[in-house]
Write a protein that binds this ligand. Sequence first.
Ligand SMILES: *[C@@H]1O[C@H](CO)[C@@H](O)[C@H](O)[C@H]1NC(C)=O
Ligand SMILES: *[C@@H]1O[C@H](CO)[C@@H](O)[C@H](O)[C@H]1NC(C)=O
Ligand SMILES: *[C@@H]1O[C@H](CO)[C@@H](O)[C@H](O)[C@H]1NC(C)=O
Ligand SMILES: *[C@@H]1O[C@H](CO)[C@@H](O)[C@H](O)[C@H]1NC(C)=O
Length: 308
Amino acid sequence: MEPQLHTLTITFMLIMFILPIAEPQSVLNIPDITQARVLDDIIQEYAYHVFDNPNNPKTGVVYDGIAPKNLTGIRISGLRLRTGSLFTRGVPMYKEFRIPIGVVVQPYVERLVLVYQNLGNRSNGYYPLPGYMYLAPVLGLLAYNGTDLSVKSRTELDLQASDEPIQIEFGSVKPAPGGSGSNPMCVWVDLHGQVNFTNVVDGNRCLAFKQGHFSIVVKDIVKRDKHGGIDSRVWAIVVYVVGGCVLLVMLAVLVVLIRGCKKRKTTRKMERAAEGGEPLHMTMIGGVKAPAAMVTRTQPTLETEYVP
Ligand SMILES: *[C@@H]1O[C@H](CO)[C@@H](O)[C@H](O)[C@H]1NC(C)=O
Ligand SMILES: *[C@@H]1O[C@H](CO)[C@@H](O)[C@H](O)[C@H]1NC(C)=O
Ligand SMILES: *[C@@H]1O[C@H](CO)[C@@H](O)[C@H](O)[C@H]1NC(C)=O
Ligand SMILES: *[C@@H]1O[C@H](CO)[C@@H](O)[C@H](O)[C@H]1NC(C)=O
């Protein structure tokens, strides 16, 4: 084979074999996080409505909000705190969340509002995780500037636990379908849609150090059974390898055909040259020595005008 074709083939093979191995190491992200972020803004708006009630401005008290009609099934709460109190006392119980002492927010604000979300039956709609199944609703905990409740633009705050993690105790975790095989895992989706998995603690608790959305998931067994129980990743590799082999064979056939064609052309030229009795000028064409004529020896004439 010619050197260029060698290089081409090797590059091709490398691509074919590296692709399926490199792919599963990529970071898992929620496909469309903007939609979920728009929902965060809507929920924040509705959570702040609880403080419109003149009887509700107390700090340290959890108030339940009412979701808009087009978002029924979602539960909303708001809790207003002094930042100093959050740090020194934490929040022993805020719905499913237990916030330890030592939590700090950035940038610094005097008071903050912790917005709670329970996405209920809309969890999978806003946080689709291909290949996984939710065993609990997606719960959100987000922090906003709560210094002045009448201000409409509220900075989203970065919340960070220091020594002790925030605990999330899921009330009812569905049993994993199929039972054995894959274990339930805690999932945390940060505000950029990046997904992180951690172990479940005591069957229904997850630990976290930052704000975001949390749930318990299990690998989706139903999807894997479509291919006879084999992981789809294995199938991807099989498809790549078989596809690569087929393409290689096709490439090889193509090379053989091209070389055969060139040889025939060369032979014909050589024969013609031999008949003319003229010495051949040799030149390199694509790494193959081939005869070449420097000047046109006979002017081309139409066959009908040709008289021997
Ligand atoms: C629900 O309706 C409000 C207006 O009442 C709209 O702003 C919002 O985008 C809608 N949300 C969804 C998810 O359709
Ligand atoms: C979720 O449940 C509510 C009732 O609680 C229903 O109105 C809504 O249509 C459901 N949404 C989805 C996406 O299933
Ligand atoms: C928080 O809100 C108060 C009152 O509106 C404002 O003065 C302050 O600059 C805000 N802080 C941040 C970090 O957004
Ligand atoms: C998310 O998980 C990855 C891999 O397990 C880890 O390297 C990364 O630090 C995690 N991110 C955070 C913010 O904890």
